[in-house]
Design a protein around this ligand. Sequence first.
Ligand SMILES: Nc1ncnc2c1ncn2[C@@H]1O[C@H](COP(=O)(O)OP(=O)(O)OP(=O)(O)O)[C@@H](O)[C@H]1O
Ligand SMILES: [Mg+2]
Length: 216
Amino acid sequence: MRRAVTTFFVTGTDTGVGKTVLSAALCRAWGAAYWKPLQTGAQDGDDDTREVARLAGLRPDQVFAPARVYAGPFAPEWAATLEGTRVSVAEVLACRPAPAGPLIVEGAGGVLVPVNEQETMLDLMAAHGAPVIVAARSALGTINHTLLTVGALRDRGLQVHGVVLIGPPAPHNRAAIERHGAVPVLADLPLLGEVTPETVAQAAALFGPPELAHGH
Ligand SMILES: Nc1ncnc2c1ncn2[C@@H]1O[C@H](COP(=O)(O)OP(=O)(O)OP(=O)(O)O)[C@@H](O)[C@H]1O
Ligand SMILES: [Mg+2]
């Protein structure tokens, strides 16, 4: 039987919205590998790859090194500039891994975060081409941020696989996003009391088995 290889790009409505915890839950649910193309904030210990590997219990062959790691806790354009460098979308995608199974790719910040003086994360996602999952807050303000993000993705021809709302469930916000955005909300991911491999494994159950995922 031919096995469908699924790849999804996880973006967010903002930085710190919960993309990494969501990515870990998706890796766990779908047996997926993980790639964070652009990691910033290394000087503060930010290392999403290590975090997802720990939380999802990834095998070494499911962990791929970022294309670039920057010390500064800034958008990639400025973090690279501070180090006297620049990176292009093409250079990032030249490092693209080719795992045997499903893959979760986590962006940096949100869709219009600059990669360099000309290109943004949206350009990276468009060149990459995988369907996108949008991590968003569940709280007030999320409708506007989420619909803007979904609109920007679709304007570039990207398929939006769905939205995940992170935080205390807010059914009115969920319904408004689904109706006005014509986009499915895949799950309400509650705030975990503690973010551990065990609680992430429980959260993974929200996403169903891998055969329910249809990516690229
Ligand atoms: N569902 C959750 N329950 C509890 N804490 C969470 C949850 N999601 C995220 N957090 C916490 O919120 C903080 C930010 O989350 P996370 O690192 O996943 O955000 P991010 O969107 O990946 O940020 P970045 O843009 O830096 O990659 C972390 O301390 C994380 O542990
Ligand atoms: Mg992250």
